[in-house]
Design a protein around this ligand. Structure first.
Ligand code: NAD
Length: 321
């Protein structure tokens, strides 16, 4: 089976090549993202492998099918960049990697919390300049704080377990409560209650119509003054401009983001530079109580190996169906 791998970074190429070695898969790697502009590259392929930034809309799927592609193997968990209905209509099978490393993303969410609560990002820059003054760097303990987790699937559950270990009281909201988390002492409440009670709110639900801009002016108004918001899920869960307004008023005391709404438009567009030219984003970065990372929650040795192995398995599984 000939597979066109889109949005491919050197580390993807290494891990995928290792996993596909000795199998019937023949992989070709493309740095560009899959879109209507690049879909013509798949002329001689049976399958494509894509990442979160690839734009797999109905037109792209129709073109894939027309060129003989029957399978899309995503190297990510979320499906929000794929028109699943169009794939079904065109009889194109879509695979994803359901749980490549929930721990990697959960630990990154905790890393953002611990950077913000101890102001490590500011301390580091100060010490680099030889300045050991502690003025303005007062932190707070996590023990005894209330943490709200929105979405307690694989990543959210791993996050809750870690926060329980810190001695936090963990409030959860999910459409499907987890018995294991309840046994651990986590408390499922309504979303309203979670907003009202939490010192820290971490988002681990998928992006869909009901969660788009979940954090906005109205929902922020229900939260504690100075709340910490952490988003390692998908950028559009947070209304960026309204979050900035809340940073100005102090409603948001700390903001930690691994994902940003406009990131897909620039991600992998140009391998030499991944600069977001977005004025709202630039403004966000001027706040000392904001920490942003560039969608690296999943980016660990363990997760990348798992992603590559599952992607290859998915393609081989399709081959033998
Ligand atoms: P999952 O499917 O295991 O869990 C998602 C949970 O959200 C489920 O329990 C589901 O019931 C719940 N949910 C659905 N709609 C909800 C709603 N409206 N309100 C509250 N909960 C809702 O997914 P996961 O593996 O835990 O991943 C969660 C998200 O993390 C993914 O959708 C993806 O967007 C993101 N993610 C980010 C990175 C990264 O590198 N930053 C990596 C992987 C995944």
């Amino acid at each position: 089976m000939r597979v066109a791998v889109f949005s491919c970074k050197p580390y993807d190429k290494r891990t995928l090549s290792d996993c596909a070695h000795g199998t019937s898969l023949s992989l070709s790697f493309f740095e560009s993202r899959l879109s209507m502009e690049t879909v013509k590259l798949v002329q001689d392929f049976d399958a494509v492998s894509c990442f979160v930034n690839d734009d797999i809309n109905a037109d792209v799927i129709a073109s894939l099918k027309q060129q003989g592609v029957h399978v899309i193997a995503l190297r990510c968990t979320g499906f929000n960049n794929v028109d699943l209905q169009a794939a079904k209509d065109q009889d194109v099978q879509v695979f994803h990697v359901p749980d490549y490393s929930p721990t990697s993303v959960a630990e990154h969410a905790v890393a953002l919390i611990m950077t913000l609560n101890r102001k490590t990002h500011r301390a580091y820059h100060r010490v680099k300049e030889g300045n050991f003054a502690l003025e303005g760097l007062m932190g707070f303990n996590l023990e005894g704080k209330t943490v709200g987790c929105v979405g307690t699937g694989r990543i959210g559950a791993a996050f809750c377990r870690i926060m329980k270990g810190f001695g936090c009281h963990v409030y959860c909201y999910d459409l499907y409560p987890s018995e294991a988390l309840i046994e651990l002492g986590c408390e499922y409440v309504s979303l309203e209650d979670l907003y009202e009670k939490s010192d820290i709110i971490s988002l681990h639900c998928p992006l869909n119509q009901s969660t788009h801009h979940l954090i906005n002016q109205q929902t922020l108004a229900k939260m504690k003054d100075g709340v910490m918001i952490i988003n390692t899920s998908r950028g559009a869960l947070v209304h960026a401009q309204e979050a900035i307004d809340a940073l100005y008023t102090g409603k948001i005391g700390f903001l930690g983001l691994d994902v940003y709404e406009q990131e897909n438009e620039i991600f992998f567009e140009d391998m030499s530079s991944h600069i977001i030219q977005d004025s709202v984003f630039q403004l966000m970065l001027t706040f000392p109580n904001v920490v942003v990372t560039g969608h690296q929650g999943y980016f660990t040795h363990e997760a990348l190996s798992h992603i590559a192995a599952t992607t290859v398995d998915n393609l081989l599984h399709y081959r033998t169906k």
